[in-house]
Design a protein around this ligand. Structure first.
Ligand code: ACM
Ligand code: ZN
Length: 704
């Protein structure tokens, strides 16, 4: 009877005419052909038919036309994804006529939520799963255990939740929980919580209905201090609050971890079991008699090998039970376990190394996919852990490193994941704010072929989705009024092309090139690059209803030092090369994060000599340094300029001290600019960080 009613509705499906609004699908499908017109067929009466040839399990073909809605898919996941696409296509006028052929780029499309530093109730996880499925994300990695609290019921070790899931302080970010003490469950006013086994079963079932796998993480050997509040004998010191690493040498430790993993495997049907492996201090192992004795017995040369021993044992255990071990990239240290899959977080390097060794990899680099990082100018945002990962930056990540892997090795890159660590994320609303809309950019990285991805194409779609997120009760970040001033240096034609971009769309951007504050009558940016052949100071702002929002500034110089040879008396860090020897004379200035690949970082000292090629007039030499003391980025105490005719004898031309206090925690920049009428062939710049042992970062030495 029901089918007959649906069939009748299909036959009356009508086409509406009129201008067609854009189709704002996220992630963008592989192929969309829009025919014009709308179907008003009931989206619950969909014809499902078998494809002529088998399709991959997540692929689908969706056709909406005057005859109604047809989905072809071989697998249930493909059918499910067609329905998600259909939901996104729905408008007040019906469903636009389209023919969509679609399948994901990557099998692993993940989000990680840290439920230890702050606890997130089951209801929030269910809501998050709904949003993930709407955007075709298919892995939820739950970081269930860490120093913030143990968050899952384990029957064999009830003290884990009784004594290590509630704590004194709700806040965790400032001081990273130092001074926090765990309190027994039930203590009045204590902060915390955990998932019962029934909660987990409900989460796993809700996820499975949405073709999402929940991957549990049980941290080891580091980030485990909460365990020792319940079972102090499992750490080297034998008492709580003395460190975060398991005592691997204690004969009780590995059985404990294997028992826990056994119960975890009963609860979570996922192929992968994540065992952490990151950031163990390894400090106590060097002196602990039990650890030292184990190292002697097993002939382990150092503490990295001791960690590797534990991970090997867990790998063997998990593998023997038909599952696979997943761990953060530090599990490479001391030798990677044979069946392990690596989650590459510190950079993509660990992932590349593992893929070359024939191991599977999930890319989740801190530089692009850490959603605990600021998503806009820190001065406009609630406190976050640091960094700068804007939606644009997320979108710019390509998980398959170009040129560094063979096609065979590429296959080991299973996909991508973004991580929301929650030191600075106290509640659900804030988690939503950090996750959305960046998760939409993640979804598109994970699903859409790289060659079909473009920020300018994604941006309007992302903007269009914000109202939908809000209508579903998601506290999405509504995007910044920032203007990205980006440059492209053309050394052949000796010019720099400047592009202005806002993440809001549409945006009326007005700008000046003399540094003056833009007004409603300033030049309207038309999307085409601005050409600079000398020196300009760009000032740009978004205008709304004739009023400027915040003004953004950028200095652009096609200066006389560009592409000149440079010699270093100091070394720059291999982690922050900004492209290497030419970085400070390439015309590119960095943005607000030292991680953007444009800032060059030196440990303590920068001392370099630029060769202008001949004795020449020098009128101005300037360099900018950054300070952000959280990650140990400091201003130099002072910057000194010297010049020389012969490269041997140098004449001091001045020293400029910093004006930024070394304990000033705010992100700040100082320009050290020297003006004069000098002659010389060689220009030497020296800068020293005075606290010792910290980083100094500069992006360009400008010479006129
Ligand atoms: C990590 O961010 N420590 C994996
Ligand atoms: Zn020990």
């Amino acid at each position: 009877m029901k089918n007959l009613v649906f069939a009748a509705m299909l036959t009356v499906a009508a086409s509406c005419t009129g201008p067609q609004p854009p189709i704002n699908l996220i992630p963008k499908p592989v192929s969309v052909t829009a025919a014009g017109g709308y179907s008003t067929a009931d989206t619950g009466s969909i014809t499902r038919s078998q494809p002529d040839a088998p399709m991959p399990p997540e692929a689908y073909r969706l056709t909406v036309d005057k005859n109604g809605i047809t989905v072809k898919a071989s697998g249930e996941a493909g059918y499910f994804y067609a329905l998600q696409t259909l939901k996104q296509l729905q408008t007040d006028r019906g469903v636009p006529h389209v023919d969509i052929a679609d399948e994901p780029r990557f099998a692993y499309r993940g989000l990680m939520l840290d439920v230890s530093r702050h606890f997130f109730p089951k209801e929030f996880i269910l809501k998050l799963l709904d949003e993930m499925s709407y955007y075709k994300l298919n892995r939820l990695h739950l970081h269930l255990t860490d120093g913030g609290g143990w968050r899952v019921q384990i029957d064999k070790y009830p003290e884990l939740t009784r004594l290590a899931s509630y704590r004194t302080d709700a806040a965790w970010g400032a001081g990273y929980g130092r001074g926090n003490r765990f309190l027994p469950e039930g203590t009045e006013g204590a902060y915390g919580g955990y998932y019962t086994k029934d909660d987990i079963r409900q989460i796993v079932a809700h996820a499975a209905q949405r073709h999402i796998t929940v991957i549990p993480e049980i941290e080891m050997p580091g980030h485990s201090s909460e365990v020792f509040a319940a079972y102090p004998e499992l750490c080297c010191a034998g008492e709580a609050y003395q460190g975060g690493d398991f005592c691997i040498g204690n004969p009780k430790t590995i059985p404990f971890l294997q028992d826990v993993i056994t119960e975890i495997m009963e609860l979570f049907p996922s192929e992968y079991i994540h065992v952490g492996g990151d950031e163990a201090s390894k400090r106590h192992w060097r002196t602990c008699p039990k650890c030292q004795s184990l190292m002697r017995r097993e002939n382990l040369k150092n503490v990295d090998e001791l960690q590797s021993y534990l991970i090997h044992r867990m790998d063997e255990f998990i593998h023997s039970r038909g599952r696979k071990l997943l761990g953060w990239d530090e599990i490479l240290q001391g030798g990677l376990a044979p069946e392990a899959t690596v989650m590459s977080w510190r950079s993509t390097e660990g992932g590349i190394e593992a893929a070359r060794m024939g191991h599977d990899v999930v890319m989740t680099p801190v530089s692009h996919l850490y959603f605990d990082y600021y998503q806009a100018d820190p001065n406009t945002q609630p406190p976050a852990i640091g960094g700068y990962v804007s939606p644009r930056r997320v979108y710019g990540f390509n998980p398959v490193p170009v040129d560094s892997l063979t096609p065979e090795q590429h296959k080991h890159i299973l996909g991508v994941q973004a991580n929301l660590w929650t030191e600075f994320v106290p509640d659900e609303k804030h988690a939503e704010y950090m996750l959305f809309p960046r998760a939409l950019a993640l979804a598109e990285i994970a699903w859409t072929p790289q060659q079909q991805r473009s920020w300018l194409d994604f941006k309007p779609r992302m903007n269009a989705h914000i109202a939908g997120l809000q209508s579903r009760g998601i506290n999405a970040f509504t995007l910044s009024d920032e203007i990205d001033i980006s440059t492209k240096v053309d050394t052949v034609n000796k010019l720099i092309e400047v592009t202005l971009d806002a993440e809001k769309h549409p945006a009326e951007i007005r700008y000046t090139t003399d540094g003056s504050t833009p007004t409603a009558s300033s030049t309207l940016y038309d999307g085409k690059p601005i050409t600079v052949t000398d020196s300009v100071s760009i000032a740009a702002a978004i205008f709304r209803n004739g009023a400027p929002q915040k003004t953004y500034y950028g200095k652009v110089d096609y200066h006389r030092g560009i592409n000149k040879p440079i010699r270093y008396n100091s070394t720059y860090s291999p982690r922050y090369t900004a492209g290497g020897t030419n970085a400070l004379l390439n015309g590119y200035r960095g943005g607000i994060t030292y991680l953007d690949g444009l800032w060059q970082g030196c440990e303590n000292t920068l001392d370099c000599v630029i060769d202008m090629g001949e004795v020449t007039d020098i009128h101005e030499v300037s360099a900018r340094f950054m300070q952000l003391i959280g990650p140990q980025v400091f201003q130099p105490g002072s910057v000194e300029l010297l010049t020389s005719d012969d490269g041997v004898t140098f004449t001091p031309r001045g020293t400029i001290p910093t004006t930024v206090a070394s304990d000033d925690p705010k992100l700040s920049f100082q320009e050290y600019a020297f003006y004069g009428n000098w002659r010389g062939r060689y220009i030497q710049l020296k800068a020293n960080e005075t606290n010792g042992g910290n980083f100094i970062f500069t992006d360009e030495i400008v010479i006129w």
